[in-house]
Design a protein around this ligand. Sequence first.
Ligand SMILES: [Ca+2]
Ligand SMILES: [Ca+2]
Ligand SMILES: [Ca+2]
Ligand SMILES: [Ca+2]
Length: 398
Amino acid sequence: MNRPLRRLLVAAGSMALAAVPLSAPAQAATMSASACPSGYLCGWSGTDATGSMMKTRTDMPTMGTWDNRIRSYWNRTSSVSCLYSDPKYSGSYFPDPPDNGLSSYDSSLDKAISSVKFVPNERECVDPPYAGWYAQPSPSTAGFGDLNGDGRADLLSRDRSGRLWFVSGTGDGTLLGGGWNSMTALTRHGDLTGDGTEDLVARDSSGELWLYPGNGWGKFGTRKDLGGGWKSMATVTATGDLNGDGRGDLLARDSAGTLWLYVGTGHGTFGARKSLGGGWKSMNALTAPGDLNGDRHGDLLARDASGNLWLYPGNGHGSFGARKLLGGGWGQMSAFVSVGDVDGDGRNDLVAATQDGYLNSDATFEANELRLYAGNGKGSFAKYQVLYRDWYDLNGGF
Ligand SMILES: [Ca+2]
Ligand SMILES: [Ca+2]
Ligand SMILES: [Ca+2]
Ligand SMILES: [Ca+2]
């Protein structure tokens, strides 16, 4: 049974309880709602699917004779339909999810719809499908974070539909492709294949690890299978060089809490793994920001289950010195992005996103923020700056 019919039956039931006979308009509404074909957005000139009906499955920047006439509507497409109060997708808007049932009587939309657009995700009613992003040109050659060679740190942004976007340091988004929701880990930090351009490592839901070689222009070549068995890893983190051979390495923390170093060969593969010890089980996020404390050895940041952020200074020999507490309150972060120097002062920074207020109804007022924690080159960060407030209705940034 479809939703509008169920809705009308509920209405009829409540009327029956009140000993009011089923009215003729309600029956007419049932007939009109069922006239809306699957795959279309339908609008009616009356409330509850009464009156005359229009239908569309393509964007309408203007509504023609239907401008400011729709009083009830049903989105039977598989997209979010954005209903705008003004032409050309402007003014106030309402995002109607796919097959959300018949709606009417909404005062803000009653006889007010002037344009309609269909999008995969709600944020696209008013925002790009990718997160806002901007980075200053960096004077340093950090060796990571810049995917297209213009000296600005770049972002990979995954939308909720699983499309992956290359977002350049100038804020322009380019679609890399779809299907990335099957990846349970995405990580990058510098070159793994020996051509000097940054690569991407991804783990799929079956535990297979994949290398996507960067082409130096913000895109990736044909992926290469790095083997299976990675499903038990709670985190997989590309780190850059940790053991001092100049080749990028990888860290993975297994479900028992052991941290493993996978030494990169520089040819897109990894050698035998080495245990860095147990006790990492409470660490639920690892990110490798490069050198933070000025000794030129790549460092590691880890967040524990209490929301504390710890700096593990790399010793350049494949392990870490005594950790240092950077502070608490990091539990609200939904993503950490380590892409080198973002503010252009030559020192590596950390970028973090707060909770997604669209996906978490209990998120705080600080939700949806993309924050820059500027590194001071001495192992800690300045107070954050909010870069953007549009980190919502997304599926991660890398
Ligand atoms: Ca760049
Ligand atoms: Ca190495
Ligand atoms: Ca260091
Ligand atoms: Ca910086």
